[in-house]
Design a binder for this molecule. Structure first.
Ligand code: UT7
Length: 325
């Protein structure tokens, strides 16, 4: 039976110019390159300039994705930005990006699911495209986490970085079979009982300040492997694919050891996992589209590739997207 699917037409990314290495971090807090590398896999991260905002990173990524898709911005009717670090409390960063792309029709809004933001935003866009309400979407993950870090807290400030990535989705008819291109399944979850394990201790409606990121890393780690493996398994059951049929795993980049644990639990070949953690650190909602971009540029992502994306973040929120390129 013919179905409408959200086909991924283009990918783009943008990173700030400034690179901060682990050795640079030792001048800021009591840490070492060895500790950061061994515990996380991170070697460096990019940090946005003073006047470089989430919307600037997101716009640059979206422009590259549109050029690669060969689609004119005026043909886009939906812009969704996944971010936990908006330029302003309101309006949405997506509206700024929409404006910077020269789009004045359709709708633009942000999705806030922290590190799971890109998976949530893809899910929202997919549902709008499948129902026919919109035809072409730009989905962006963009963050300037450096702005919400406590630069005196070594347990968190060494982990995160800034950046943006974007994809262009287009509603296209497909036959409704295993070889269909586009998003084949999405699964998103949240559970607010875990709010205090990963949060920002400020906000316009409470402290009237921006606040700083706080995390009980050990506890988050404990939940991550189990929760992420769960949604991956559910996504595979929904579509009838086996884990060994996946061509490329493009996970949220939080910790090398979490990804190794998931690969082991699901029996996934570690060679199929796209890792960018060493270069980018944890860029929250931007990490998956940044990794997609890297896979594309390394010719690991080809038309027909079966790609699994997954993430977990504050909330907790977590989810997975299975797509054929
Ligand atoms: O993207 C959102 C989701 N987030 C995540 O998935 C993060 C999940 N958690 C993690 O990735 C890991 O828990 C961390 C990388 C955050 C921490 O690794 P860990 O192996 O869980 O370390 P720990 O928190 O248990 O700390 C071990 C030791 C502590 O010292 P003591 O108490 O054993 O003496 C820390 O004080 O490491 C110390 N430590 C550091 N030492 C040097 C913590 N941060 C640092 C640091 N440099 N930056």
């Amino acid at each position: 039976m013919a179905v409408i699917r959200s086909v991924i037409r283009g990918v783009g990314a943008h990173l700030p110019k400034r690179v901060v290495t682990n050795d640079d971090m030792t001048k800021i807090v009591d840490t070492s390159d060895e500790w950061i590398r061994e515990r996380t896999g991170i070697r460096q991260r990019y940090i946005a300039g003073e006047n470089e905002y989430t919307s600037d990173l997101g716009t640059a990524a979206a422009k590259q994705a549109l050029v690669r898709a060969g689609i004119d911005p005026v043909d886009i009717d939906l812009v969704i930005c996944a971010t936990a670090t908006p330029d302003r409390t309101f309006p949405a960063t997506a509206v700024r990006i929409q404006q910077q792309l020269g789009i004045t029709h359709g709708a633009a809004f942000d999705v806030q699911a922290v590190c799971s933001g890109f998976v949530f935003a893809m899910t929202v866009a997919d549902n709008f495209l499948k129902t026919g309400q919109f035809k072409r979407a730009v989905v962006i993950g963009a963050e300037t986490f450096s702005r919400i870090l406590d630069w005196q807290d070594r347990t968190t400030c060494v982990l995160f970085g800034d950046g943006a990535g974007a994809v262009v989705l287009e509603a296209q008819p497909q036959v409704g079979g295993r070889q269909d291109r586009g998003i084949l399944a999405t699964r998103i979850r949240s559970d607010g009982r875990f709010e205090d394990l990963l949060y920002v201790d400020g906000g316009p409606g409470s402290t009237k300040t921006t606040g700083h990121l706080r995390m009980n890393g050990r506890e988050v780690f404990r939940h991550a492997v189990q929760k992420i493996s769960g949604v991956i398994e559910e996504t595979l059951v929904m579509t009838g694919f086996a884990a060994n049929e996946i061509d490329l795993f493009v996970p949220h980049q939080a910790n090398q050891r979490i990804l190794d644990g998931i690969a082991k639990k699901l029996g996934v070949d570690p060679g199929k996992i796209v890792m960018t953690l060493d270069k980018h650190g944890n860029t929250s909602a931007a990490s998956i589209p940044l990794a997609l971009n890297e896979a594309l540029e390394q010719h690991r992502l080809k038309e027909g590739s079966l790609v699994l994306m997954e993430a977990m973040g504050g909330g907790f929120t977590w989810g997975a997207v299975l797509a054929r390129w």
